[in-house]
Every structure is written in C-alpha cells, then in structure tokens.
Design a protein around this ligand. Structure first.
Ligand SMILES: NC(=O)c1ccc[n+]([C@@H]2O[C@H](COP(=O)([O-])OP(=O)(O)OC[C@H]3O[C@@H](n4cnc5c(N)ncnc54)[C@H](OP(=O)(O)O)[C@@H]3O)[C@@H](O)[C@H]2O)c1
Length: 277
C-alpha cells in the first residue's frame, strides 16, 4: 500500500461528476481524499469518504467542519447564485483556516474576446451567463493570498468517457446530427491530462492562474471530424452552427504559469488516446 501523505486531507466538491470523479480516482491512492455528490447514489452513500451535498439546501460549512480539508477542489455545476454563495463561504473558510482552494474555471471567462486566443494575464470578459459567473468566482479567489488559490481555466474536455464523446457516439448510433461550429478556433484537453496536472499542482504546492489547454489550436469542425474517425467506420450527419461570420477564438493558451513539458499536451494526443481506448 502506498503511504498517504498525512499533511493533505483533500475535499473534492462535485466528486461524482465527470471531472470530479476522475480527480478523485487520481488523488485517492496518495492523499486522504473526500468528495461530495448531489444526486442520490446508493454506492456513494455507503462510501465513508463521500458526503451528499446540495448547494441549494446544505451549508458548505457543515461539510468543511466534518472533513477539515487542507485543500478543496471545486468541480461543481448547478445553480449559479447558490454556487456563488457556497464559494463565498468557502473562501472565508480558506482564509480563516489558511488552506488552499483549487477552482475549475473555463475558457468562457474570455468568451467576449473573439479575435485572439487568451493567456493567463489577459483581462477576463464574458458575454455569457456562464462566463460571467466563472469570472465572479475567479475574482473572489484572486483576492485571497496568492499561495492559497489555484484557478484552472479549462477548454472543452474530451476523453473516452467524457460527456462530449458519449454524446457523439449516441448521435452516431441514433443517426442524429452532430453539432459542429466551423468558425470556432479552440484548444482542447482530456480528463487524464487534467488529473495529472492537478496532482502536480498539489505536490509542488503551485498556485495562481493556469491555462490547461493544448499548446496548439484546432478548428472545432475539423477536430470533431478527426474524433469521429477514431471511433470507427461511421457515416456522421452534421449540423453546422454559425454564431458569427468571422472566425472566433475560444482558447486558453499557457504562456506564463506553465507546467513541465510532460504535463503539457497537443491536440493529437487526444486523438491518439481515443484511438487506443
Ligand atoms: N467538462 C468540461 O468540458 C468542462 C470545461 C470547462 C470547465 N469545466 C468545469 O469543470 C467543473 C466540472 O465539470 P464536469 O463536466 O465534471 O461537470 P459534471 O459532470 O456535470 O459534474 C458536476 C458535479 O456537480 C454536482 N452538482 C450538480 N448540481 C449540484 C447541486 N445542486 N449541489 C451540489 N452539487 C451539485 C454533481 O453531482 P451529482 O452528479 O451527484 O448530481 C457533480 O458531482 C465545472 O465547474 C465546469 O464548469 C468543465
């Protein structure tokens, strides 16, 4: 048995979700890891490391007081107003207990800038409710002492079990159209890479704003077509969605707060990973 690092009790908010559960699996053998789930789940109910938590009904302090984590990873979805309050209480706890928060943010914090890809120090600006909400939480965390917050901006996440790939597979089986955005230029990542990156950020006690997308850019339509090729011999139907006449960027490129080479990625690695899984 690997010896768990005594210094870290880690709480993952949203540990039953796509990314939360991948992060839980990665960290669990090394740290004393706990997680929350929201939807009733008989398997998780029996797991002493999982707590049922609904941002609409429960007070986050109760869970924090029981678990007393040194690091909280926020991988939640749900009602934005309730999430905002939960994160407000969480940041108060982070300050009072001198612990650290790792927040999964999104490339959408830049969705009002369409002409260029974005870097860590760029000013955030969003036209969407989702992007606005992520910016509000980011700003709250950016007011914490620097060492106590890590903001991870993620682009679209693919991976063999990801909701995006499962949806494509479902479209292929049901012969329904797959949405592609021909004008969208983006970078991408996988759950596998994100979990390794988070593990590194914890081990090395890194903080600040991270852009965890691939180093290269792809057109959404080309990338989805490449993904479909890795999934077998299909005859896909496409629905072309044009949101603007011009090319639009939604990309979070790493430049200033970079991780070691083996933790960076290029989009081809995602296709290779899908090909062999
Ligand atoms: N996936 C991506 O492509 C992507 C890209 C950029 C950023 N992100 C960010 O990464 C984070 C995780 O995303 P994900 O794709 O892993 O999401 P997900 O699979 O939908 O998981 C969301 C988690 O939040 C929990 N949750 C939902 N409603 C809740 C509520 N009312 N109270 C408490 N917990 C609630 C869910 O619990 P139950 O399932 O048990 O109900 C689940 O554990 C999100 O903050 C998202 O914005 C994701």
């Amino acid at each position: 048995m690997k010896k768990k690092a005594a210094k870290h009790r880690i709480l993952i908010l949203g540990a039953s979700g796509f990314l939360g559960s991948a992060i839980y699996k990665e960290l669990c053998p090394y740290f004393n890891t706990f997680g929350t789930y929201c939807t009733n789940n008989t398997t998780l109910e029996r797991n002493k490391h999982f707590f049922q938590y609904n941002i609409l009904e429960d007070d986050i302090y109760e869970i924090l007081d029981i678990i007393r984590p040194r690091i909280v990873i926020s991988a939640l979805r749900g009602d934005f107003a309730a999430q905002f309050i939960a994160h407000k209480h969480l940041t108060e706890y982070v300050v009072s207990e001198k612990i650290k928060c790792i927040f999964l943010s999104s490339a959408n914090v830049f969705d009002a800038y369409s002409k260029y890809p974005s870097y860590e120090h760029d000013k955030t600006l969003s036209n969407s409710i989702y992007g606005h909400f992520k910016i509000k939480i980011e700003n709250m965390l950016l007011r914490l002492p620097k060492k106590q917050a890590a903001i991870l901006r993620l682009p679209m996440v693919f991976g063999s079990g990801s909701p995006r790939i499962l949806e494509i597979l479902q479209n292929l089986t049901e012969k329904t159209p797959i949405e592609i955005f021909p004008n969208l230029i983006m970078n991408v990542t996988t759950d596998t890479k994100i979990t390794q990156q988070i593990h590194y950020i914890i081990n090395r006690n890194k903080s600040g704003v991270f852009h965890l997308g691939s180093n290269d850019l792809v057109h959404h339509d080309d990338f989805i077509k490449e993904i479909i090729k890795t999934l077998g011999n299909h005859k896909p139907l496409f629905k072309h969605v044009y949101t603007t006449n011009d090319d639009r960027y939604l990309a979070v490129l790493p430049k200033y707060n970079t991780l070691p080479k083996h933790l960076q990625l290029v989009s081809q690695e995602i296709l290779t990973e899908l090909n062999i899984s």
